[in-house]
Design a protein. Structure first.
Length: 127
């Protein structure tokens, strides 16, 4: 993402295009707390880093802390453009592959959705 000062109209237009690409991308957050990592989140993150681009998925992949679903780790939050976030639990490599092919590419439901008790990771309901 852009961090330098914008000094021209061309640079501004380039920055606007970058923002549009971010807005139109799939957002994927991988819980990377201690329990997540113990359950396989590190391998999951490595898998996602490797395959998303290879499969033509326009996605922003990021780490997040505990989402409060220790019983269901590893967990990921996937937000398709113009959709609410969906949290998937017990995500191993095989389930991640299914989520990519069925949910991210086709928008079809995949089993393993955890009922969400927050709007987004950054915006809890109780605030």
């Amino acid at each position: 993402m852009h961090t330098a000062k914008i000094k021209s109209v061309t640079a501004l237009k380039k920055y606007q295009q970058e923002l549009k690409e971010v807005e139109n991308s799939i957002k994927i957050k991988v819980a990377m707390a201690t329990c997540s990592n113990a359950a396989g989140a590190i391998e999951l993150m490595d898998f996602l880093k490797e395959v998303l681009t290879k499969r033509g998925i326009n996605a922003m992949l990021s780490k997040t802390g505990c989402m409060g679903y220790c019983y269901a780790e590893p967990t990921i939050e996937v937000t398709l453009p113009d959709h609410e976030p969906v949290v998937f639990g017990h995500v191993d490599i095989a389930r991640a592959d299914l989520i990519i092919e069925q949910y991210m590419k086709k928008g079809e439901p995949v089993e393993g959705v955890i009922p969400v008790n927050y709007k987004t990771v950054e915006e809890p309901f109780n605030q």
